[in-house]
Design a protein around this ligand. Structure first.
Ligand SMILES: O=P(O)(O)OC[C@@]1(O)O[C@H](CO)[C@@H](O)[C@@H]1O
Length: 319
């Protein structure tokens, strides 16, 4: 069972263009689609599609069409009451797969809503293999909210994964000594945000990304899955470091690729796969997602781990 928390879910609206986006121009869209999204929601979708039970915890009113969309898709969605209207995030998809994303701040969180989310997670923790805390925090949530949540959940039997960015990520990294998650999934830019490295270098150089990820492992994180866009991903644990290269992919929309990768890793873990096999599943899930429109999350039948090549980085560990 995977329990996901999406404290700032979004209606993902994807505008598909027939010619590349030109800032300042009037352009006609080929199509516009809307999907209930947010990082944890996407992971719950992938999980249910793969036959792994999942609960999606998020703030919303019970009768919000967002909640109804998820329930209709077979996702066990547990909304915690929040009066504010959910945000709309816009994706502009160019014909060559270039993805431009405009993410809104979302409604302001109240202390009651935040406490309700924590309580809902605590109640579900005992039955979960993994609890995934994912995405941005809504306005009004303290930046150290995830860090506190990880420290509070560490006593439960579930393992904890975190995928966030910006100030909440930096606050979590600052406070790893008070309680580290079992898994973190930064991308190159996020690694750079707390190591001070060059984001482009970290995305394109797997050895550099693995060295940056190792700083988290040295501070108590069991595994770091660093997704590197077209350059695949690296996995770093106390036992080793691996890099996986994706198969050639015709990119349609990169939205949800990172969430799909994170789910692929969790799926491999739940199925007791070796670390390199988990990494191959993560990269296969990510590239399958990149080949699908908008925030569409792949079904296992679309995922080809056998086309992913994995190499051992032979990183010097524990030094
Ligand atoms: O603004 P956040 O919470 O960081 O990210 C939100 C978001 O971009 O993440 C998902 C893709 O990973 C989308 O479904 C959603 O729009």
């Amino acid at each position: 069972m995977i329990v996901t928390l999406t404290p700032n879910p979004s209606h993902d609206r994807t505008v598909t263009l027939t010619s590349p986006l030109v800032p300042g121009a009037v352009q006609r869209a080929e199509s516009v689609i809307s999907q209930a999204g947010g990082k944890g929601v996407n992971i719950s979708r992938a999980s249910v599609a793969a036959g792994i039970p999942s609960i999606a915890v998020l703030p919303a009113t019970k009768d919000d069409p967002f909640v109804l969309e998820l329930l209709t898709a077979g996702i066990d969605c547990r909304p915690v009451h929040h009066g504010g209207a959910l945000r709309v995030n816009i994706t502009i998809s160019d014909p060559d797969g270039t993805t431009t994303k405009l993410n809104s701040p979302g409604p302001t969180a109240t202390p009651e809503m935040l406490a309700g989310l924590v309580e809902m997670l605590r109640r579900r923790a005992a039955s979960a293999d993994w609890i995934v805390l994912a995405g941005s925090l809504p306005p009004g949530a303290p930046v150290e909210w995830y860090a506190d949540l990880v420290a509070g959940l560490r006593g439960s039997s579930a393992r904890i994964a975190v995928d966030t960015s910006d100030a909440p990520l930096r606050a979590l990294v600052e406070r790893l000594d008070a309680g580290a998650p079992h898994l973190m999934k930064p991308n190159g830019e996020e690694l750079a945000s707390f190591t001070g490295g060059d984001p482009d270098l970290l995305e394109s150089d797997p050895e550099a990304a693995a060295t940056a990820a190792l700083t988290l492992v040295d501070r108590g994180v069991d595994a770091v899955l660093a997704t590197l866009g077209p350059h695949g991903a690296v996995l770093v644990t106390a036992a080793g470091a691996w890099h996986a290269t994706p198969p050639p992919t015709s990119v349609v929309s990169t939205v949800g690729a990172g969430d799909s990768s994170l789910f692929g890793y969790l799926l491999g873990d739940i199925r007791n796969r070796t670390p390199d096999q988990r990494l191959a599943l993560a990269v296969a899930y990510g590239s399958a997602a990149a080949g699908l429109p908008g925030t569409t999350i792949p079904h296992p039948s679309q995922v080809r781990p056998e086309l992913v090549s994995v190499r051992d980085l032979n990183l010097t560990l524990g030094g």
